[in-house]
Design a protein around this ligand. Structure first.
Ligand code: PEP
Length: 255
């Protein structure tokens, strides 16, 4: 019922030309198939060349951040309208690196989630606990606070296109992956939270991605879990061979 979404978060990697080469290699494998959704999120400087590369294919484009105001004196920032103009359909919000290095709060992330939904940009809202929080048994509490805070004052009727990414911070870029069972447990909890906060219908249709050292070797096992509807992939999205292998694992499971 929920189509897999495989999204690549390139972070601060690849210039526009390098990105265009990677886009071409991904589009050649994933551009025509329709059984899974694929979204590439280059840095801002790579969006224009990536937009040309995905044109006419089934690969979509996302950004890694934006500012919630529509325009104005926000030096260094980019608006939702600017991203739409570059054919972005998705935007990653609340990534743990932005929470940690740029002090983003749930309240600020919530403003961005609201603006993105109003701007027809599908938010990929990232949530997840640190190792310390997991070890002290706070995983569900942390994730609940981030989901409730990120989605505060959003009505079920406004949540079309919402995507959540569960990204345990201790698994991001570390090579450590949550076991499929550990991830499934938190994904089920997030779906439960969506049901309480929005509606059961929204909970059933909203895709919940797993992120944290997903790679070809573990993708199939993770994606096979009932409540894992795709992946948000960092390191392994920077090479066509590994990203395409993850897409192929999802296609296999979807068929
Ligand atoms: C991420 O940063 O969203 C991520 C999941 O990174 P990695 O796949 O490298 O762990």
């Amino acid at each position: 019922m929920r189509k897999f979404l495989i999204a690549g978060n390139w972070k601060m990697n690849l210039n526009a030309d390098e990105g265009a080469d990677l886009v071409a290699d991904i589009v050649s494998v994933a551009g025509k198939q329709t059984s899974v959704n694929v979204c590439l999120c280059p840095p801002f400087t790579g969006l224009e060349s990536a937009a040309k590369g995905v044109e006419g294919s089934n690969v979509s484009l996302g950004a890694q951040n934006f500012h919630p105001e529509p325009s104005g004196a926000y030096t260094g920032e980019i608006s939702a309208g600017m991203l739409r103009h570059l054919y972005c359909s998705h935007v990653i919000l609340g990534h743990s690196e932005r929470r940690e290095y740029f002090s983003e709060t749930d309240a600020f992330i919530n403003q961005k989630v609201k603006t993105s939904l109003e701007s027809a940009l599908k938010p990929i809202l990232c949530v997840g606990e640190t190792l310390e929080q997991r070890e002290s048994g706070q995983t569900n509490e942390v994730v609940r606070k981030q989901v409730q805070g990120g989605l505060a004052e959003i009505m079920a009727s406004q949540s079309e296109g919402l995507v959540i990414a569960y990204e345990p911070v201790w698994a991001i870029g570390t090579g450590k992956t949550a076991t499929p069972e550990m991830a499934q447990e938190v994904h089920a909890e997030i779906r439960n939270l969506l049901s309480q906060q929005l509606s059961e219908e929204v909970a059933n249709r909203t895709r919940i991605l797993y992120g944290g050292s997903m790679k070809p070797e573990n993708a199939k096992e993770l994606l096979a879990q009932e409540d894992i509807d795709g992946g948000l992939i960092g390191g392994a999205s920077l090479k066509a061979s590994s990203f395409n292998a993850i897409i192929e694992a999802a296609i296999e499971l979807a068929s």
